[in-house]
Design a protein around this ligand. Structure first.
Ligand code: XIL
Length: 612
């Protein structure tokens, strides 16, 4: 009897210990599907194409894959971040979710990250601090347009690195696997600025199931924009199939929680849906075809959300970003590589006054008709530069003038373009806050209102990201304060300020540590300096000078600050699936479990001995 019991306990102990420790530490509901054992490393290196779970991301012999003597697959001789190791998705079942735990190592300090294998190449998870090792854990599922997930380091850190451990499970990670905890006992940004403007941030529908993120979001923000999920390419991939369900989830959540939801975006050259503007071989549609598609797209999409979405970016980034600084007339400064521009040029009758840029006006008119209650925005970046400022203002004035006599206009005292969205993708090294102020003043003159729609301020300049150190983090905080001083000063005209990223490591420009919370989800000096602006304004203190000291002002000839370009995609951009940003998991759990397992072993040994 005793013997049987002992064998049973022993069997249980063996089972328990043979499950990799981390699977116990981050126990998922589901079965372990794959573990990167030494045999699997050998199998992968012997036949990299044939491995069921892993795939190489290589070209021209880079990276060099090898077996790390300390265990795992090593990637060497790299000169691009995509030279890496991918987890493929062809073994996954659609509609099911899986969780992965990946352990990385390098001989040099670096961040480690998990990202998309294909456009829009989003970072899905990244370690919080540079180190020679790191662990990431996240949920994955089949995402259209992706071939799996990529395990890599940043472009700015092309070190040799090793993927030491991979565990793949069926089912989601439990919430307690998430190590970074948002600072919650700190003031709320939206409350601090409540008398001035809405304070927003970005959120993807997949994040709604992350209760920590949602609790933090509701504490800090009262406006939301989807980072990617509501872009044309993500909601409507082919002419005969659209899917608004993810967007619906986000919009319903926002409405249920009294959060202002901003629709981003209807007409854009990037992350768009190719069927709108080109035929199956990629050639531009005719003007008439593209216009009919635009009307169908906007009336269906904006129409679906009419009465639920408060405002829309109707046209995004139609003015050239690096145009000739001497051109101040918007018609001479258009983004000619936009597929909308090209299609509208195809078959136009110039003599009849038709122009490629007519797509901009059409988009606003279709949006007004489809969602008459929604506030309509024109949204763009580099908006602080004098020539682009003038072009944007001129375009808004011209199109609003055109609308006045349009027979479809039934509200004579309402503008067509009601808000100018200033994206606010700046750089600490290039930003001249006085330029931002000048743009706000110029935009106010158009009669439109203003919103800061995608604010971020990475360390560095358009030439590249700078290393994080105390002094540039302080400079960033100072610049944030100067910007918010201006926003408060003009708050009568400003509806909303939205920061583009909740934490540095989650931002699309994360290499520059650009936002108000760091990779450990803690407030940065910038957070506090922004809050100080609100407190000072509430106490009616004189605002701090809006212009940095002269020695810190970049030279007047500095070329336009470049926003990392979003390359137009020939294929539809995929939805960025639920993102979980975790770095590491509780290692003390492993120690506890190992100790427990050892104790159980000793116990069994004693029982067997006693029983003999
Ligand atoms: C960015 C997202 O943040 C990234 O995740 C994605 O890979 C590319 O697009 N201007 C815009 C935003 O209007 O939609 C862009 O967002 C940033 C630039």
């Amino acid at each position: 009897m005793f013997r049987k019991k002992a064998i049973f306990i022993l069997a249980l102990t063996v089972l328990f210990v043979s499950i990799p420790v981390s699977s116990v530490t981050i126990a998922t509901e589901g079965e372990l599907l794959f573990e990167l054992t030494e045999d699997e490393v050998d199998a992968f290196l012997a036949n990299t194409d044939g491995h069921k779970f892993l795939r190489t991301a290589s070209r021209d012999g880079r990276p060099v894959y090898s077996k790390d003597p300390d265990g795992g697959i090593k990637m060497g001789n790299r000169n691009a971040d995509w030279q890496s190791l991918d987890i493929r998705d062809d073994w996954m079942e659609r509609g099911k979710s899986y969780s992965i735990i990946v352990e990385f190592a390098s001989t040099q300090n670096t961040l480690f990250r998990i990202m998309n294998t294909d456009s829009p190449y989003a970072t899905l998870a990244v370690t919080g601090q540079e180190s020679t090792s790191g662990t990431l854990a996240m949920n994955i599922a089949i995402a259209d347009g992706q071939r799996g997930v990529r395990l890599t380091t940043p472009q700015s850190s092309l070190v040799d690195y090793t993927v030491k451990k991979i565990l793949i499970y069926e089912g989601d990670l439990p919430a307690d696997a998430i190590v970074q905890k948002w600072a919650m006992d700190i003031p709320s940004l939206h409350e601090a600025f409540s008398e001035f403007f809405l304070f927003g941030n970005i959120l993807e529908p997949g994040e709604l199931s992350n209760s920590d993120t949602i609790e933090m979001f509701l504490h800090q923000y009262n406006a939301v924009t989807a980072e990617n999920a509501m872009k044309p390419g993500n909601v409507w991939r082919t002419k005969d199939s659209y899917d608004f369900s993810a967007a619906d989830r986000l919009v319903d959540w926002a409405l249920d929680n009294s959060i202002a939801i901003h629709g981003h975006t209807l007409v854009w050259h990037s992350q768009s849906a190719p069927w709108l503007t080109s035929n199956s071989s990629g050639a531009a549609l005719t003007r008439a075809e593209a216009r009919a598609n635009m009307e169908l797209f906007i009336s269906t999409y904006a129409g679906h959300f009419a009465g639920r979405i408060g405002s829309w970016d109707v046209v995004n980034e139609a003015i050239a970003s690096y145009g000739d600084e001497n051109i101040r007339n918007w018609r001479g400064q258009l983004r000619v590589d936009s597929p909308w521009y090209r299609a509208y040029a195809n078959g136009m009758d110039r003599d009849a006054g038709e122009r490629p840029e007519d797509y901009i006006y059409d988009a606003f008119v279709f949006a007004r008709i489809a969602a008459p209650d929604a506030v309509l925005y024109y949204n763009d970046y580099n908006e602080e530069f004098p020539h682009k400022r003038e072009c944007i203002a001129g375009m808004v004035e011209d199109l609003n003038e055109q609308w006045k006599s349009d027979p479809r206009n039934t509200e004579s005292d309402r503008l067509l373009i009601e808000v100018i969205g200033m994206q606010g993708h700046y750089w600490t090294g290039n930003l001249r806050v006085a330029n931002v102020r000048d743009s706000i003043e110029r935009f106010i003159k158009t009669g439109a209102r203003i919103a800061i729609t995608e604010l971020d301020l990475p360390l560095g300049s358009y030439q590249g990201f700078a290393q994080r150190n105390d002094s540039n983090i302080e400079r960033q905080a100072m610049l944030y304060a100067q910007l918010f001083n201006i926003f408060v000063e003009f708050s009568e005209h400003i509806d909303r300020v939205t920061v583009w990223g909740k934490a540095d490591t989650q931002s699309w420009r994360w290499e520059g540590h650009p936002v108000l919370f760091d990779g450990d989800f803690q407030p940065k000096p910038g957070f506090w300096s922004v809050l100080d602006v609100a407190s000072a304004a509430a106490e009616e203190d004189p605002p701090v000078s809006a212009e940095p000291p002269t020695d810190e002002t970049p030279p007047a000839q500095t070329p336009p600050a470049q926003t990392p370009e979003v390359t137009p995609e020939p294929t539809p951009a995929p939805v960025v699936e639920p993102e979980q940003n975790t770095s590491g998991f509780p290692w003390w759990g492993i120690v506890l479990i190992c100790t427990g397992a050892a104790a159980a072993g000793v116990l069994v040994f004693i029982i067997i001995k006693k029983n003999k």
